[in-house]
Design a protein around this ligand. Structure first.
Ligand code: HEC
Ligand code: HEC
Length: 190
């Protein structure tokens, strides 16, 4: 009964509060862009681009940061101030932005190795044929190369656990440093 009235109240707030809510999410997103980049395309080392990242994926990661199951010193103070509605709004906001595009490939040989590793490890079976992701599985095409390397090492070392059945831990564990380097280079230049 209580849940129903909360749901109704939220629904009503959404309908009547639309312009206010849009301004609010834009304001909140300004803080994010300080690190994640003006168009949510990151210019900073080890900080991922968010533009065109999947709505569900973004929301889950914010929930993991807030719950402390994903740890990062820079994100920690940010998520403390976010409520569930903020998280929903921010997910939709960044997902709707023009996705990041890979930079021109300066090392096609390394990309070829990465492509081969991605096929051998069946990365596309979860991340999609174009690595554009689906639902809670991240878009990884065009992501920053340094961040991809960091993310794969974090899964491999167990520093990052991830959701679901910890799919990425099993995937990353057997990857060699050379494979990680090649995969990150390939994906970043798609
Ligand atoms: C002080 C810099 C900083 C600010 C401000 C910041 N972030 Fe982050 N964010 C980071 C870093 C660094 C990471 C990478 C964490 C890691 O390596 O695990 C990250 C990761 C993320 C991720 C995970 C992305 C992925 O590909 O897994 C999401 C989602 C995210 N931030 C959303 C936000 C949102 C939304 C805001 C604003 C409310 C925000 N961030 C503000 C630094 C920042
Ligand atoms: C069984 C399904 C599955 C397979 C196979 C898989 N992934 Fe993932 N991947 C996921 C899921 C689910 C997530 C989100 C996990 C989380 O919440 O941290 C993810 C997240 C990632 C991330 C983090 C993205 C970010 O923005 O932080 C990277 C990088 C990644 N995968 C790369 C790969 C690569 C490279 C391969 C092949 C070697 C691969 N994945 C194979 C399911 C998979």
């Amino acid at each position: 009964m209580r849940n129903l009235s909360v749901a109704l109240a939220l629904g009503a707030a959404f309908i009547v509060g639309c312009p206010g809510h849009a301004a609010d999410v834009k304001e909140k997103a300004e803080v994010c862009k300080g690190c994640h980049g003006d168009n949510a395309i990151s210019q900073m080392e080890n900080i991922p681009s968010l533009a065109g990242q999947l709505d569900q994926y973004i929301q889950w990661q914010l929930v993991y940061f807030r719950a402390g199951s994903r740890k990062n010193e820079q994100m920690q103070p940010i998520v403390e101030d976010l409520g569930n509605e903020d998280i929903r709004n921010l997910g939709a906001y960044f997902a709707a932005m023009q996705p990041f595009k890979g930079t021109p490939d300066d090392n096609p040989e390394l990309s070829a190795k990465g492509k081969q590793a991605a096929a051998g490890r069946r990365c596309a079976s979860c991340h999609g044929d174009n690595f554009a992701g689906t639902k809670a599985v991240a878009r990884i095409a065009g992501q920053r190369e340094d961040y991809l390397v960091k993310a794969l090492h974090d899964y491999k070392s167990g520093a990052r656990v991830g959701g679901g059945q910890a799919a990425m831990a099993d995937v990353a564990y057997p990857l060699s440093d050379e494979e990680i380097e090649a995969l990150a280079h390939y994906l970043a230049h798609l």
